[in-house]
Ligand binder design. Structure first.
Ligand code: PAF
Length: 285
């Protein structure tokens, strides 16, 4: 496994052009099985894999959150070597944001004003800027992202359409612990009791998705239940995809085509001071 810090090392291998048959998995480190499932998906499709590890300050609107973000480079590298990753890029801040760095513009519509966009102002712009720098330097043939960050996936889709239409994009389903808790780098900041309680996010989303005809009532009672368990809730809503506008049973059941389009239950909230997000896709029927 080749570990490199300078983008020039990579460019030297590919003459500064596209890295054919390479898939990139951008990460902020603190890797877990969820990240490894993205690598596995890329390998199964026959790609060579390059993982980037860079904690991007531009996407944190809260400096305490940035400081507390877990960093375990040695352990990350061991994990990556163990699953046969081909290359790891660990750029420093000057490489990603050099003095002459210029932001790109991307119209995210309402995506950067609702849900994560609303609760973390500037977050998606930070994600867009770093991904533009990462993709431009590596020029991968494909990129793999986790569905756990569903709204981020929608933002990435827009970035790719606008700036990198040649890159193949894959959204990989969320990996969960047996309890239902979605794997996340942030889980390590929860106590073991906290991890057990956090699994109730999944139960709440399941409860809502199984009772969409009485959505408003069930949503309210699930929010109250989670609050009683100690959660501070930011949102627990049912949305249409890809717009993330509020969904409603009537709108989807009837619909022009008579089909129920793809929707999702989306959640964000804090437990033990740790902010957690999750979602559950409800496929078209
Ligand atoms: O999902 C993440 O870990 C980050 O938002 C990403 C995509 C690596 C950009 O910094």
């Amino acid at each position: 496994m080749q570990v490199f810090e300078s983008a020039d090392t990579w460019a030297a291998n590919f003459g500064g052009g596209p890295a054919k048959n390479w898939a990139m998995i951008p990460t902020m480190g603190a890797l877990h099985q969820g990240h490894l499932s993205l690598i596995d998906a890329a390998q199964k499709k026959g790609y060579q894999t390059v993982v980037s590890i860079f904690v991007n300050p531009l996407q944190f609107n809260n400096s305490a959150d940035l400081e507390k973000y877990p960093r375990h480079l040695d352990n990350d590298l061991k994990l990556l070597a163990g699953v046969g990753v081909d290359a790891v890029w660990t750029p420093n801040i000057e490489t990603i944001y050099p003095e002459n760095f210029k932001e790109i513009t991307l119209d995210l519509g309402i995506l950067d004003q609702i849900f994560e966009g609303f609760h973390r102002p500037g977050h998606f712009n930070g994600v867009v800027q770093v991904l533009n720098q990462l993709f431009s330097a590596i020029q991968p043939e494909a990129v793999f992202f986790g569905q756990k960050d569903l709204q981020q996936c929608l933002v990435v889709e827009r970035l790719l359409q606008a700036y990198f239409p040649q890159i193949h994009y894959f959204r990989i389903p969320t990996l969960r612990a047996e309890s239902g808790l979605a794997l996340s780098s942030r889980n390590e900041r929860l106590t073991s009791q906290g991890k057990e309680t956090a699994a109730e996010i999944y139960s709440a989303m399941m409860m809502i998705s199984n009772n969409l005809s009485t959505y408003a009532t069930v949503q309210k009672s699930e929010i109250e239940r989670l609050q009683t368990l100690g959660f501070e809730i930011e949102y627990l809503d049912w949305v249409s995809l890809p717009s993330m506008e509020m969904a409603s049973f009537q709108a989807h059941k009837g619909g022009f085509t008579g089909r129920l389009g793809e929707t999702a239950i989306v959640f964000a909230g804090s437990l033990e001071g740790v902010r957690l997000i999750d979602n559950l896709l409800i496929p078209s029927v």
